[in-house]
Design a protein around this ligand. Structure first.
Ligand code: AHR
Length: 312
């Protein structure tokens, strides 16, 4: 592992000679692409060499990449775990090689919490609850049939976003989830699944709202709704998660209603925790939680401009 020379310059830690291997899931969504590009710029700011391996949505590719990072003797490994389970053996190998592991944007289930240093992520159960509370408020007692576009099967964020939404609407008997299926966090699958929901539900007339686990699937759903001759955001309400520029554009066009923002800057807090640990052994908290703020059309233009200025 490289020697660290970290100096504090106007509040920013710069570090030389450190290499981090990042096992990224892929590029399934606009949010994911933003997370990768922010990780690159956050590494550059701190003088850290970042090696990114794209797993093309496959856990086996992530495991291979992690083994390769271990063999290269990197100073730390960042992992955005595509699914929640099955990580313990490879994390044990990293631990034996004394390479600290940081989890980004998704959680894992493990028998041994010491296999990773910290996880930077939002509370995804809370994200689902925020989306549900928005819908409950909009409906104001009106009955509503909801269709749900789930994220990748087995991903912590899909399981937790589902749970948060379900738990919140369980208290409201007039809201029913009539169909639910995975759209794998992609625009194309979101559209495909929404088309099948529309066909099965009286050409969409029986659907009152879409809850999409991410913005890209919501954008796919918008296209499907339009092609069915209905008005997205009006005939069918839409709430999703991420807060990517394209969803703010859709809000401005009046085609979607709300999105719960997930910051793409997961790497920044992980780099800071890594630098503090390498400097004096400081242990970060087990979870570093990011905020979940709901945005609606009234602030879409401002959000879009802010994202542009941040280079997202
Ligand atoms: O893990 C975060 C999720 O993964 C984002 O919400 C989604 O867009 C991405 O693919």
């Amino acid at each position: 592992a490289g020697v660290i020379s970290a100096i504090l310059l106007s509040g920013t830690v710069y570090s030389a000679n450190m290499t981090v291997g990042f096992s990224q899931i892929g590029s399934e969504s606009g949010w994911r692409a933003a997370e990768t590009s922010v990780a690159k710029s956050e590494a550059e700011k701190r003088g850290i060499t970042l090696k990114i391996a794209d797993a093309q949505q496959k856990q086996e590719n992530q495991i291979k990449a992690i083994r390769s990072f271990i063999a290269q003797g990197v100073d730390a490994i960042f992992i955005a775990p595509v699914v929640q389970t099955g990580w313990d053996p490879v994390l044990q190998e990293a631990k034996e090689a004394e390479i600290p592991v940081f989890l980004l944007d998704r959680n894992i289930t493990t028998k041994d919490d010491s296999l990773f240093m910290t996880g930077v992520a939002a509370d995804s159960v809370h994200e689902g609850a925020v989306a549900a509370e928005w819908l409950i408020k909009q409906l104001n007692g009106q009955a509503c049939n909801v269709v749900e576009l789930q994220g990748t099967v087995g991903a912590s964020v899909a399981l937790d976003r589902k749970k948060g939404f379900l738990d919140a609407v369980a208290a409201v008997p007039t809201i029913k989830i009539i169909r639910t299926q995975s759209g794998d966090f992609t625009r194309s699958k979101g559209k495909e699944v929404m088309e099948s929901f529309i066909k099965a539900e009286s050409n969409g007339k029986n659907i009152c709202a879409v809850y999409a686990h991410n913005d890209d699937m919501a954008i796919g759903a918008i296209q499907a709704i339009k092609e069915a001759g209905l008005k997205p955001g009006k005939d069918i309400k839409i709430v999703s998660i991420d807060g990517v520029p394209d969803i703010f554009k859709a809000m401005i066009a009046g085609e979607t209603n709300a999105s719960v923002e997930l910051t793409p800057n997961m790497a920044g807090p992980a780099f800071d925790a890594l630098l503090a640990y390498k400097k004096d052994g400081s242990m970060p908290p087990k979870n570093i939680k990011t905020k979940s703020i709901l945005f609606q059309p009234d602030s879409a233009q401002a959000q879009l401009e802010m994202k542009k200025s941040m280079g997202y």
